[in-house]
Structure formats: C-alpha cells, structure tokens
Design a protein. Structure first.
Length: 160
C-alpha cells in the first residue's frame, strides 16, 4: 500500500491550477514567455542563437523569480517592498525609547504642582492687591463678585 505524506500545517498547501502550478506561477510564466520569446526570435538572426538565448533568459528571469521565489510565505514583491522601505523610506537609526512608569508619575506630580502654583498664585496676587478680596472694577457690567477664601476652601489643605 502506498503512503502519501500529509502536511500538518494546511495553510502552506496551495491549490494547483494547471500542470501542478499555481495560478500565480502560470500567470508569471505566461508573461515571461510573452516577453522573452519574441525577443529571441527577433534577435537570433542578427546576433546569433547563443546571444539571443542569453538575452531571452535575462528578460524572462525576473518573471520566473516573481513566480517561484517565496521567503517565509511572502512573495518576492512583498520582500522587495520591505527591503526598499527599510533601506530608503524609513530612518536608518531607530531610537529605542521606553516610557518609564515611575518617571511618568513623577512628571505628572510636577505638572500638578505647577498647575496648582499657577492657579493659587494668581488668587494670592489678587487678594494681596485688593485687601477686601473684591475685584478692582466692581461697577463694570458683567463683573461677578468674588468670594473670600477660607481655610476650608483652600485645596492645599485637602489631602489627596
């Protein structure tokens, strides 16, 4: 009885289209033949059969590479795109930066202190400029009366 090996990973199995070739391979071979054969027949009389066949091979080779070459399941055009991106479009030196969790907390605490200083520093300046705690332009339209702060209202006295 004949044994047939069955691959365990069925994602790597490709359906065959014609003569044991995939649709991609048949298409690329057809385009390669359509480009290479006319060049051979048109040049064999003038440069000789040897050079005409070499020229045909050089013209057909990229199409065969696109049909057959695969690296890690990726076709040649994807591999070439990754090479072009890594060499030319992306920066050569990529800086590895981490966001230190404790550094982020420290920056956040400093930012909150700075905001509190800005907010409460202005209120202190207003109350020092006007000892009554009222605005200088009370009689202007749309001015709201300011309230005097007590020790209970001061946010610096509250614990977090």
């Amino acid at each position: 009885m004949a044994y047939v090996p069955v691959p365990k990973d069925l994602t790597k199995v490709k359906s065959k289209f014609l003569f044991g070739l995939t649709k991609r391979q048949v298409f690329c071979f057809g385009i390669g033949a359509a480009c290479g054969l006319p060049v051979f027949f048109l040049t064999k009389g003038s440069i000789g059969i040897t050079f005409a066949s070499m020229l045909m091979i050089v013209i057909m080779l990229p199409f065969f590479l696109f049909a057959m070459y695969e690296q890690h399941g990726q076709p040649l055009e994807v591999v070439l795109r990754h090479i072009v991106e890594s060499r030319f479009t992306r920066p050569r030196i990529r800086v590895y930066e981490t966001d230190n969790f404790y550094g982020a907390i420290d920056r956040d605490v400093k930012l909150k202190k700075e905001v509190n200083l800005i907010l409460h520093g202005k209120e202190k300046a207003k109350s020092q400029a006007h000892p009554s705690g009222k605005k200088a332009a009370e009689g202007t339209a749309g001015a709201e009366p300011s309230r005097q702060e007590t020790a209970a209202d001061d946010p610096r006295n509250h614990s977090i």
